[in-house]
Design a binder for this molecule. Sequence first.
Ligand SMILES: [Zn+2]
Length: 96
Amino acid sequence: MKAKIKYYITDDFGNTCFKGKIFEDYEDAWEYLYLKFPVIYNDDGTQDDQEEELNSYWVEELTITTECDYCKSTEVTYNQLIMDSYCSDCGRWQED
Ligand SMILES: [Zn+2]
């Protein structure tokens, strides 16, 4: 099986977050979180770096199949909702 590593975000309970959004790099995923929860600058000069929010997320590795196990086609697309890859040439799911 040919595969590559991507990254996705989960919460404290291991649930996939942000509709299973996939990131190329570990750093990309964190960048996304920092944009989601930016530092808040209060009027009184204090700031809130939303550490509590950020600490409730985890960046996990995800192995994505890039070549069909059955027909060796590279027309494999990853479905974020069910976290499996589908080959559009032979019509099979890779985790079968
Ligand atoms: Zn196939």
